[in-house]
Write a protein that binds this ligand. Structure first.
Ligand code: HEM
Length: 448
């Protein structure tokens, strides 16, 4: 094995390494380092060392060919970051536990099964449209806030068959507290352990209690009633491991419910916010979208069959996910020294696989900084140059859910409303784990 190529290092501080650059603007830092240093670079956040990977070939070699070496970062025995919140759900578990849970959950998220949830998604969409109508003609709203509320309602409708808007009031701020805390523990290696009662730690624990109480109460109610529901919770309760015939315990269901809640709403909310923003800036694309919707739907509400025929709508969503990927990166830790493409990568280091950088790589995309849905109208092999949902065994389990949901809601929104941007300036990207429009997307609502 030859591994003699040198990995360029990003210049930084003697003590903190590149922590300051990442803390100031993580998106700009990761983007800039790719542009100035190349497809594989190394950097350091205080004591933690990282590689940044921005090339499809390197992704394939790591996440497909050596997925056993590039592991998720969570350790169930010493939970930090997201696993403090999500426990051993699909996003944060690994090894046998992850494999078992993935086997159990995979059938639930098949396209044919997800289409049975379309009526609940339509209810959530209609609730928002009615709310907008009450606001009156010309009302100003922030689309990011609206889309978050909408996708939160979709996930509660599809999970529990109810509009838990009363509970959303409790859940939403608690979830926000939890996820912010979890992100902080990854970026900042000096976060004090939960046992120490700092005010941030106390706030985190209270938020976790709120979420747990709500979820356990709903599971308990469901286990003790006999009425039949068609929703995700019911599917989780009924799911059996095909190998052992076992069902999930209450704790496993709690972990998966909160995992799907967290993974499933902000991502789709970002996708819809960016897409509506881009459509408002590209009237020629919006006009073609209207044409397709009129031609296929002829004024009717979209259903599963129609969705399959909305090719241009799908191309818009794909291009939106290429241009502004709702999840900008994937994070892994290396569990033993290895080699990719002649580079030695060392055990114990973290790896950031940048979906954003790959989606804007000039070797794989013509005019990458242009929003052009037409590029997705012709079939091409984009296996590792386009991966909004990740790749390999840990690919997003909710990809059909996300596409069906966003196609349906996008159609419902543009059929009913024209959205006028309140500002002409281009909206910047804000990076958490997801890529959000910074400051949201303020618009004026005009009924069509
Ligand atoms: C546009 C919307 C979405 C995008 C862009 C997206 C993106 C991703 C990405 C990139 C990953 C891989 C993360 C990694 O490898 O580290 C992932 C995993 C995951 N996503 Fe999504 N996602 C979306 C919507 C959803 C929805 C709607 C759900 C659930 C209803 C969901 C549930 C999950 C779960 C459970 C995982 C972990 C899978 C595993 O490790 O086995 N996602 N998603």
């Amino acid at each position: 094995m030859s591994h003699n190529k040198t990995i360029p290092k990003v210049k930084g501080d003697f003590l903190l390494g590149n922590l300051r650059q990442i803390a100031t603007n993580p998106f700009k830092a990761l983007r800039g380092w790719h542009q100035s240093n190349g497809d594989l670079v190394s950097f350091r956040l205080a004591t933690r060392k990282f590689y940044l990977v921005s090339h499809p070939k390197l992704i394939e070699q790591a996440l497909i060919k050596q997925s056993d070496i590039f592991n998720k970062i969570y350790n169930p025995k010493k939970p930090t970051g997201l696993s403090l919140v999500l426990g051993e759900g699909l996003v944060t578990s690994k090894g046998d536990i992850w494999q078992r849970q993935r086997r159990l959950m995979q059938p639930v998220f098949q396209r044919s099964n997800i289409t049975t949830l379309l009526p609940q998604i339509v209810i959530a969409g209609n609730n928002m449209l009615s709310r907008w109508q009450l606001l009156g003609e010309g009302a100003q709203v922030n689309l990011s806030k609206e889309m978050t509320q909408l996708t939160l309602e979709v996930i509660t409708q599809t999970m529990f068959s109810t509009s838990v808007l009363d509970k959303v009031e409790q859940i939403s701020p608690a979830l926000d507290t939890l996820l912010k805390y979890a992100t902080k523990t990854i970026i900042n290696p000096f976060t004090l352990p939960l046992l120490i009662p700092t005010s941030a730690n106390q706030k985190f624990k209270r938020a976790l209690e709120v979420i747990d109480n709500v979820i356990y109460e709903i599971i308990e109610q469901r286990r003790t009633t006999s009425s039949v529901h068609n929703d995700l919770l019911e599917m989780f309760l009924q799911a059996r491991d095909e190998k052992t015939g076992e069902k999930m315990t209450d704790k496993q269901i709690r972990d998966e419910v909160i995992t799907i809640f967290s993974a499933g709403h902000e991502t789709t909310s970002n996708l819809l916010s960016w897409t509506l923003y881009l459509l408002a800036r590209h009237p020629e694309v919006l006009a073609k979208l209207h044409q397709e919707l009129e031609c296929v739907l002829q004024g009717k509400k979209p259903n599963a069959e129609y969705l399959q025929q909305l090719h241009y709508t799908k191309a818009i969503l794909n291009e939106s996910m290429r241009f502004r990927p709702p999840v900008g990166l994937m994070l892994r830790k290396i569990n033993k020294d290895t080699e990719i493409d002649g580079y030695l990568l060392k055990e114990g280091r973290f790896v950031i696989f940048s979906i954003y950088n790959i989606h804007h790589h000039p070797d794989f995309w013509q005019q990458p900084e242009q929003f052009d849905p037409d590029r997705f109208l012709t079939p091409e092999n984009r296996r590792f140059s386009f991966m909004p949902f990740g790749t390999g065994e840990r690919v997003c389990i909710g990809n059909h859910f996300a596409l069906i949901e966003s196609q349906l809601l996008l159609a419902m929104i543009v059929q009913n409303y024209d959205l006028q941007l309140l500002h002409n300036d281009e909206i910047e990207i804000e990076m958490a784990v997801s890529l959000r429009p910074k400051g949201g997307v303020p618009v004026r609502l005009k009924r069509r």
